[in-house]
Write a protein that binds this ligand. Structure first.
Ligand code: 0RA
Length: 648
């Protein structure tokens, strides 16, 4: 969430509407430009610079990008592109490089004629990185010389100068920056967050080598990402933990009406659909016209092939739905569009209507030819889709049952649910609580006006391993669906959600982490819109209580406990009657304590679950929920922060 700088806000009087110029505006409202000033925004700075290098690669001038995390969490990004222009701009009277770094949206001033990104948080320009950096230095090799400039918080501190000659053909840009602690609340880079995005960029931009190295003490590490096969390798990577139904990854590279289209796909023996779509390298996890075109081509080609096939007559009478055609499908669709329009909750949904037809036509032609020419693979795919269709019939019956119950009729709400009195969903929240005893405390401690409590007994079903009919026959899951009231999957409707905050509250132990993961997996698979809408939260119960007489404090980690203990017991008399209690579970807190520490909106902390990267989430869930036990145990025990895509 955007952090607004209160101190600078106070310069305004009530009537004072001031037009902010240039980079000052960025420093005043960083959230508007990079989305957040914590983990996510911090990492976005790197992506912003790297995106510019990748633009050079897309234009055909660059094949290597290197990223270095320095010991003090400053970063260098270097590429071997053409180098930012250094000549003086005829109107602005400044060198191109200075314009690019000090003028907001100066990028458009040099028409690079590539697939520029507009919308979302990408493509805001390197000037934003400059504005939000304590120091930024830039080296440009161009026209046989190495040039240099530097900046402090966006202001030029060293004008463009020539350092010396380089080889005539040597070109490129190197940017060093140190994120400004006055802006960011989180300053430490996470290697694996950067690695995941850079790996993804290498899959999306065939042939570009991207290296990442970490120079921080004790965690020195370096990797190079390079995908000769582009999306083929992306799909193979995504399916690495699955059992593919056919060895080959189907691959298409095509273009129509100035739109570049790349697709790779492979089926596995699981029941989930893992389809990822990108526009100009941006993960469009809300989908859009490109994805619609792809899905409709896939469904129609598979249905047509079934009609023509040698399958039994009764099978041919089945009409395969889109879901049937995508059961067990892992696919990546990447399009490059000249003027993308991004829409949706998180601006990750492509709106350009012309893209749908282009993708549909190209995929149709390619996939029908492929199936004609590869009858063995074609039969495997038809088989898979037909078996999904049979299961769908069974699921329909189970789902009808759930739908009847989910009517907004309070009489049908599950008995275990302690509902709230208010009915406006925007005011209401529901706590999904691990265990009946903590559920009992929560019921007594809550503010019943707006807080509902749903206790969950023990482990919920692992939806990663079950087909929809089984998922819907699970009691705990049905209860959650009914309480939320908005259905699931295609039938899900955000307007019917009964609570705008759905808060997962589990114990701070391994079992609690497991249950939380199961719940997140369930929401990710069955109601991803809830995550997009920012309605899923994780409660943060304290781990310790420190008390002396009537005085008591709660600590959320060990370090905090020690600070509090030192303060309370630190007098000349030493530690008198200091009581330290570790909460092993929510059940150990009485209703009043639970309210004060974890449920009172005035004082609690809750983490909002975001999905800035559906692929990362998916990979995490597969690691956690797949067949292999060891990675799951390791992950749960070592990830204090839980999943890395949590941001507040
Ligand atoms: C404007 C124009 C040209 C290149 C660039 C910007 C450019 C920007 C960045 C940022 C990081 N690496 C970069 N590499 C290039 C093209 C200039 C020409 O026509 O030669």
């Amino acid at each position: 969430m955007a952090k607004i700088n209160d101190a600078s806000e106070s310069h305004y009087d009530a009537s004072g509407i001031q037009v902010l110029k240039g980079l000052e505006a960025v420093r005043k409202r960083p959230g508007m430009y990079i989305g957040s000033t914590s983990h996510r925004g911090l990492h976005h700075l790197v992506y912003e610079v790297v995106d510019n290098s990748i633009d050079e690669a897309l234009a055909g001038y660059c094949d290597t990008v290197s990223v270095i995390i320095h010991p003090d969490n400053s970063v260098t990004v270097e590429d071997n592109g053409r180098g930012i222009p250094v000549d003086i701009h005829p109107i602005e009277k400044l060198p191109g490089v200075e314009l690019a770094l000090t003028v907001l949206h100066a990028g458009g001033k040099f028409d690079k004629n590539t697939y520029k990104v507009s919308g979302g948080l990408h493509g805001v320009g390197v000037s934003v990185v400059n504005a939000l950096s304590e120091v930024l230095r830039i080296w440009v090799k161009r026209e046989g010389k190495e040039h240099y400039m530097d900046f402090v918080r966006g202001d030029t501190t060293t004008k463009l100068k020539v350092l010396g000659p380089v080889k005539a053909k040597e070109t490129g840009t190197k940017v060093y920056f140190k994120p400004d602690p006055q802006i960011f609340t989180e300053l430490e880079y996470d290697y694996s967050t950067l690695a995941t995005r850079l790996r993804e960029l290498s899959f999306l931009n065939k042939g570009v080598t991207i290296t990442l190295s970490d120079e921080r003490e004790g965690r020195e590490k370096a990797e190079a990402f390079h995908a000769k096969g582009g999306l083929r390798e992306f799909v193979a990577f995504l399916n690495a933990k699955q059992r593919p139904l056919h060895p080959e990854v189907l691959y298409l590279e095509g273009a129509k009406d100035d739109i570049e289209i790349e697709v790779a796909l492979q089926y596995n023996d699981g029941y989930n659909e893992n389809v990822f779509s990108f526009v100009n390298n941006i993960n469009t996890h809300e989908g859009g016209t490109h994805l619609t075109g792809f899905k409709s081509a896939l469904t129609s080609v598979i249905n047509k092939h079934l009609d023509k096939s040698s399958f039994a007559k009764k099978d041919k009478e089945v009409k395969l739905s889109g879901d049937d055609a995508r059961e067990g499908l892992t696919a990546v669709l990447s399009v490059k569009v000249r003027e993308p329009q991004f829409e949706g909750q998180t601006k990750t949904k492509l709106g350009n209507s012309e893209v749908e037809g282009a993708v549909k036509t190209v995929v149709n032609e390619w996939l029908s030819t492929f199936l004609e020419e590869h009858p063995r693979v074609a039969n495997i795919i038809l088989d898979k889709a037909l078996s999904a269709a049979r299961a769908r019939e069974a699921a329909r019956k189970a789902r009808d049952l759930t739908r009847k119950k989910s009517a907004l009729d309070v009489g049908n709400l599950p008995g275990k649910l302690a509902d709230c009195s208010l009915s406006d969903p925007a005011m209401c929240e529901i706590y999904l609580v691990e265990g009946d005893s903590a559920g009992g405390s929560a019921k007594q401690g809550r503010d019943r006006m707006f807080q509902a409590i749903l206790p969950l007994r023990g482990k919920i079903l692992n939806v990663e391993k079950a087909r929809i009919d089984k998922i819907l026959s699970n009691e705990e899951i049905r209860t959650i669906i009914t309480a939320i009231g908005a259905g699931i999957k295609e039938e899900f409707s955000l307007e019917n959600v009964r609570y705008h905050k759905i808060i997962i509250m589990t114990d701070a132990d391994v079992d609690g982490a497991h249950i939380r993961t199961l719940l997140l997996t369930f929401f990710f698979r069955q109601m991803p819109e809830l995550i997009d809408a920012g309605m899923i939260y994780i409660a943060q119960p304290p781990l310790f209580r420190v008390a002396k007489g009537k005085e008591e404090y709660y600590a959320y980690d060990l370090a905090e406990r020690d600070v509090i203990a030192a303060r309370m017991g630190g007098g000349p008399d030493g530690k008198v009657n200091l009581m330290m209690q570790r909460y092993k579970g929510l059940g150990e807190m009485n209703p009043d304590q639970l309210w004060k520490t974890t449920m009172d909106p005035e004082t609690r902390t809750i983490l909002k679950v975001t999905m800035d990267d559906a692929f990362l989430a998916n990979e995490t869930f597969q690691t956690l929920m797949g067949d292999e036990v060891e990675p799951r145990r390791l992950f749960i025990e070592t990830n204090a922060k839980f999943v890395s895509n949590l941001d507040i």
